[in-house]
Design a protein around this ligand. Structure first.
Ligand SMILES: Nc1ncnc2c1ncn2[C@@H]1O[C@H](COP(=O)(O)OP(=O)(O)OP(=O)(O)O)[C@@H](O)[C@H]1O
Ligand SMILES: [Mg+2]
Length: 255
């Protein structure tokens, strides 16, 4: 009787923890964050306060040098703030060490301006390699690979090498790779920087699909056409400070 009760309490506790985790996961909070690059003493970000809710889609816009990539690097814990704190699912990233940093990074799918695919690997091999790094078992890997290529509309290109793809297609494969681990958060740093407007919109479609599936998506961009094509929350950075934060339906607002 006693044992059953203890077991019940442990299970209930575990369920509560899991429930609170699933509520919080994807929630990002920058609290009074300042970043100074130590060698050059460049102040890239000043006193940033920013909260991103689970399931939000946010455009981070700003001129070159405004601090967009720096902000994303803090979120990935590639950099530490000089002052203030960055929280992910209520956890101060400063406290993460060793394996927990690797675990944290697996919660975030990242896409950069250049696709960074391995050029001697086909699309399929690129994705299988990423799945191996994630430690996904083979049978599960096949399912995830098929699903993520379907999401970006490129199932027919799996035997192609990156140089046999258009830049837009290569970027969509990079996005498929970022989504393989089903991360709660996707960060895209100028994902359409090298693309013409038509290709840029196909990449945006894939990001919208990730959003519709429930991912929190943050896109750093200069591209007015992206923001206009998908009016969401817009945060404007200027010289390291947030000068505007518009809710869903926000305007591009850079001049
Ligand atoms: N590794 C670094 N060391 C020193 N200073 C840096 C470093 N990276 C960026 N900076 C500086 O920090 C500031 C913000 O740069 P950041 O790359 O975050 O801007 P950005 O908004 O992403 O610009 P872009 O649109 O050109 O990508 C700039 O003044 C930049 O020169
Ligand atoms: Mg940048």
């Amino acid at each position: 009787m006693f044992k059953t009760s203890i077991l019940f309490q442990i299970c209930a506790h575990k369920t509560r923890i899991q429930a609170s985790w699933s509520n919080l996961i994807g929630m990002i909070h920058f609290h009074r964050v300042t970043l100074e690059y130590p060698r050059t003493k460049t102040k890239a970000l000043y006193d940033i306060n920013l909260e991103i809710r689970k399931g939000e889609f946010l455009f981070l816009v700003g001129h070159s040098g405004a601090g967009k990539s720096s902000l994303l690097s803090l979120l990935l814990k590639r950099l530490e703030p000089t002052a203030g704190a960055v929280y992910f699912a209520s956890e101060n990233l400063k406290a993460l060490r060793g394996d927990r940093v690797a675990f944290h990074r697996r919660r975030i799918g990242v896409v950069f301006q250049d696709h960074r695919l391995l050029k001697d690997y086909t699309v399929e091999e690129n994705l299988l390699f990423a799945l191996k790094v994630l430690g996904v078992p083979k049978a599960e890997a096949e399912i995830r690979l098929t699903r993520s290529l379907r999401t970006v509309g490129l199932s027919h290109k799996k035997r192609s090498y990156p140089e046999e793809l258009s830049v837009g297609e290569a970027q969509r494969v990079a996005l498929a790779r970022a989504m393989l681990g089903d991360p709660p958060v996707i960060l895209a740093d100028e994902p359409t920087g090298n693309l013409d407007p038509t290709n840029a919109l196909t990449v945006l479609e894939a990001l919208k699909t990730a959003h519709a599936r429930g991912s929190t998506v943050v896109v750093a961009t200069h591209a007015r056409e992206l923001v206009e094509a998908y009016p969401q929350r817009v945060v404007v950075l200027k010289a390291g400070q947030i000068v505007r934060d518009e809710p869903a339906g926000g305007k591009f607002g850079l001049n």
